[in-house]
Design a protein around this ligand. Structure first.
Ligand code: CUA
Length: 160
């Protein structure tokens, strides 16, 4: 086989691969509904602390048994580091990071997401049973990674 022929084969192969990858990309983007967050899901990483709602992190009651936790992750802590809600609360976490990628896993629940610079994560979970859950960072984020944790305290409902 001449070098020219080989070159032709390589070119054809790489063109075919390119098409295959593009098709896979379109499939995941449209077929599976994956996409980058829209404008409302973005935040300028350097301006997190000045951008609502992240200018007032904490636990906010937004309705009967409904709470919103505005959370900022940074090396190496979560703010707020303690979330206290009554049992049965539906809690929506709205979170981002001011620096590098961090992870959020709430032990004993299926809450598990990443904090990616520039993006706002939004996850809702109902804490039915009283108890305590550790919030841990599960993305290696530097020397203090293992110190980056918080707590969700689900308080027993007062019997009326
Ligand atoms: Cu934050 Cu690991």
């Amino acid at each position: 086989m001449t070098a020219h022929k080989l070159e032709k084969i390589f070119l054809t192969l790489s063109a075919a691969m390119l098409v295959a990858f593009l098709l896979a990309l379109f499939y995941s983007a449209y077929g599976m509904g994956m996409h980058l967050p829209g404008r409302e899901g973005m935040v300028v990483p350097g301006e997190v602390r000045d951008t609502p709602p992240f200018d007032s992190p904490g636990v906010h009651e937004i309705g009967p048994d409904r709470y919103e936790v505005v959370m900022v992750g940074f090396a190496w802590a979560f703010q707020p580091s303690e979330v206290r809600v009554p049992a049965g609360s539906e809690v929506t976490f709205i979170a981002t990071t001011t620096d590098v990628i961090h992870g959020v896993h709430i032990e004993g629940t299926r809450v598990n997401f990443m904090l990616i610079p520039g993006q706002i994560a939004r996850v809702t979970y109902t804490f039915s049973e009283p108890g305590e859950h550790l919030i841990i960072c599960h993305e290696y984020c530097g020397a203090g990674h293992h110190l980056m944790y918080g707590t969700v305290i689900v308080e027993p409902r007062e019997e009326g």
